[in-house]
Design a binder for this molecule. Structure first.
Ligand code: F6P
Length: 333
């Protein structure tokens, strides 16, 4: 008989002990897991219950909102409002954060999330995800203000993602490695399936929206061109894998190595992705697994956060691949 399966809650209790921890952070991860179960259930029947397509709204990023974006956002909001576990919440879908004075002072954490990542995939049954980042309130004498959610990636205390693919997964870090859990639908539990994930130093896969090639800087073009050169010794050409869902693309790279890029463009130097909701949590995950995450010129986790919805160029994955991209972008190769 194989080993008895380890549930998410059990794993956190047994293996992830925090000095001075009160169990609150573990309950936050459990609650994210519950949100994942609820959303996964909606996604499984989405084509049958009239929740596909656009909602008719445009979000703070100027993007068309899908019905499922709204549903996923509401699910996160309700779950955390009611849980009493967070005193402030910010979502990629909402212009302003929601402060929860009713949860203060017992709740000392703040949650930032992208409730449905890759939402252009909703209508064609392709992978989707959600990304989350947890911060700790700096002060205990008063409620945090909106500005206190805008912090550097190095200040995260937990980060992770939900991945709705052929199975539903929850992958997280609290700074003690990266661990992945697969939802066992028969019993409704996340079971440990990927303990202590490590990325190889170099991969054979790149993920980037190459339709944007003509908008890139010469350094980015040069780097992506270099991946297509035939050279057995360096494992090139690399294969392209791009799903349009950041979580799915980074998950592939986390498990097998390689590089995902959403670079800045000549007319849009900060690119598309959001620092606080996407780049910071994924950067911490990838670093914890031995990889690297960069803007092309600096470490993502050191980028100074100035605005809630700030965008940032992202290159993330195997350390050697990201270093090559940085060198090319900085004009050194
Ligand atoms: O953040 C939004 C997102 O949907 C990511 O999940 C994905 O990687 C990216 O945008 C896709 O953007 P594009 O359609 O420009 O390739």
């Amino acid at each position: 008989m194989g080993q008895f399966p380890l549930t998410l809650s059990r794993f956190i209790l047994q293996k992830q002990t925090f000095p001075g921890g009160t169990g609150e952070l573990s309950r936050i991860l459990d609650q994210v897991g519950l949100v994942g179960k609820l959303i996964a259930q909606d996604l499984r029947r989405a084509g049958l219950i009239n929740i596909l397509g656009a909602s008719g709204e445009v979000n703070v990023q100027g993007e068309t909102v899908k019905k499922l974006d709204e549903i996923a956002n509401e699910t996160f909001l309700k779950a955390f409002r009611q849980s009493g576990l967070a005193c402030a919440i910010a979502s990629e879908e909402m212009e302003k954060p929601v402060l929860l004075p009713e949860n203060w002072p017992q709740a000392k954490y703040m949650l930032l999330f992208d409730p449905l990542d890759g939402s252009s995939n909703t209508d064609c049954n392709m992978p989707l995800g959600a990304i989350f980042s947890v911060l700790k309130c700096e002060r205990n004498d008063r409620m945090p203000t909106e500005d206190e959610l805008v912090r550097r990636g190095t200040e995260q205390v937990a980060a992770g993602y939900l991945f709705y693919g052929s199975s539903t997964m929850l992958v997280y870090t609290v700074g003690q490695g990266v661990h992945g859990f697969t939802l066992e639908p028969g019993i409704g539990e996340y079971l440990l399936s990927h303990e202590q994930i490590r990325l190889p130093a170099r991969g054979k896969v790149y993920g980037v929206n190459e339709g944007n090639y003509h908008k890139w800087t010469s350094g980015t073009k040069k780097y992506v061109d270099s991946l297509k050169i035939q050279d057995k010794a360096t494992g090139r050409p690399y294969s392209v894998r791009y799903s349009g869902c950041l979580v799915a693309d980074v998950h592939r790279i986390l498990l097998g190595g390689g590089i995902y890029l959403y670079p800045g463009e000549v007319d849009k130097p900060n690119g598309k992705l959001r620092l606080l909701y996407e780049a910071n949590p994924l950067a911490w995950i990838v670093e914890q697994a031995g990889g690297r995450a960069s803007t092309g010129t600096m470490r993502i986790l050191d980028v100074e956060a100035k605005q809630l919805h700030q965008r940032v160029p992202l290159m993330i994955g195997s350390a050697d691949d990201v270093r090559d991209a940085e060198q090319s972008i900085q004009g050194q190769t």
